[in-house]
Design a protein around this ligand. Sequence first.
Ligand code: CIR
Length: 255
Amino acid sequence: YAFTRALCRAPARSAVKGIRADGGPDPDFYGLLAEHEAYVATLRDIGLAVDVLDPLDDFPDALFTEDVALTFPEGAILLRPGAPSRAGEVDHIRAPLAARHKRLLAMAGPGFADGGDILRLADRVIIGLSARTDRAGAEELAGLLAELGYRAVIAETPPGVLHFKTGCGLIDERTILAVPALAACPEFDGLEVVLTPPGEEPAANILRVRDTVLVGNRWSATHALLAARGLEARPLPTDQIAHIDAGLSCMSLRW
Ligand code: CIR
């Protein structure tokens, strides 16, 4: 999480039609825009150089740049997002990543993987299987990660959780915040697992950036828990992006 750069994409008007599992109401466009702007401003305030790509009206979910690629100081990997409506987003992130990374690898398929299912730890990368990331995709990705020097392990995402990181996020190198359904995840071996406070399961998608942890502003018990551990926790609004099943990690690629 010692990032220096991030790549985001401004929400298109079509973002209000982004995918949601529960068929709930559309978010408010201006509210969504404000949440995205607050997020970008916060990353910049923490010290990251953030580039914001132009909105893509044909791809409502394209503001969630995290899902279409993985980025590391050593290079980037283009993924194959598991939702058919998101597959075309990859073509639009290829050139921006090629301009910013010396090495650009790409999944060839036939499997799928979403960046929201990938959690990078100090010594390994967890790939969570989900409705978006299948075993063939996870195995291909593990091979590409090895080319960049990263060891991967494959984990299960609990049923009903969209992405692996919908249910967990890094507090620090040795500590993870997770929903109770992930408490016994074997791939968390060697880490301290801190559970989300009751009723605050959606808070699990925190984002550690340098010395700061971004947390949804609705989750006061989670904020208190992080602050009690001596962390600088910054609350950010996420109510509108939550309408389309997103949280804080989804809105950027970081390296
Ligand atoms: C989707 O279903 O793909 C978007 N509506 C939300 C993506 C959230 N991304 C993430 O958790 N990394």
